[in-house]
Design a protein around this ligand. Structure first.
Ligand code: BEZ
Length: 227
């Protein structure tokens, strides 16, 4: 089961958008690889409609979406057609899911990624979200139980926060969003700790180990939303 910092395990799969070779087909892009318990279930349907409606927004942040469940290809196709033809949710209707949905009837991929958590279900994947960076490194993982639909604002926020941390060599505090102050790396020597308490070079230090600085919202957006 991959952990943060590991290379994303590779696999080949059949999807609703043709075959994929993962992660090779996605090098140079962020990917959100996510699992859901089953096709034709209501929470999953609400999530797919939400993710599909946000696909362009994630695309602007250089991020592709890839879904997975332990269902076959024809079930996936039938479910996605039903969603488009019949389901309305939260003001969304006629939603076409254009990102790939992996068939994983053998559970090969789900097992590789630790998406089967037997205490929750032995036959259905939990709601896992793997954030994989352009070098195919797993950067964050979120798991939700079967009954809990995901918060897509948080998934997007996490993606933008990691891209900001990479681009500006900073960290992001609790509940950070673009435009909020960012955290600068902690002092690594006693001398730097002293400087942090006296310097006026744009840092706001609450104490030697806790310093923030302003990072302009537009600069963040111009940097991460290049696509
Ligand atoms: C759902 O997506 O609605 C769901 C799936 C599995 C268990 C509970 C709910």
């Amino acid at each position: 089961m991959p952990r943060i910092g590991d290379k994303a395990p590779n696999f080949q799969a059949i999807t609703t958008q043709g075959n994929i070779n993962f992660p090779e087909d996605y090098i140079g892009k962020w990917v959100i690889l996510f699992s859901h318990p089953a096709d034709f279930t209501p929470v999953c349907t609400s999530e797919f409609m939400t993710f599909a409606s946000l696909e362009d927004k994630f695309g602007k942040a250089n991020c592709k979406l890839v879904g997975l469940s332990i269902d076959g290809l024809y079930s996936h196709i039938a479910w996605l057609r039903t969603i488009k033809d019949k389901i309305e949710f939260n003001g969304m209707k006629n939603i076409e899911v254009k990102f790939p949905l992996i068939e994983d009837i053998t559970m090969e991929v789900a097992k590789k990624y630790g998406m089967i958590q037997p205490g929750e279900s032995k036959t259905q994947a939990v709601r896992a979200v793997f954030f994989i960076d352009p070098e195919s490194i797993v950067r964050a993982i979120i798991y939700y139980p079967l009954s809990l639909g995901r918060n897509f604002d948080e998934i997007y926020r996490a993606l933008i926060a990691m891209q900001t941390a990479d681009a500006f060599s900073v960290a992001t505090p609790a509940d950070w969003n673009p435009g909020d102050d960012v955290i600068v790396s902690p002092a690594g020597t006693c001398g730097v700790a002293d400087e942090r308490m006296t310097s006026t070079d744009g840092l706001d230090c609450k104490d030697w180990f806790f310093c923030t600085k302003k990072l302009d919202k537009q600069e963040v957006l111009d940097t991460v939303l290049k696509n």
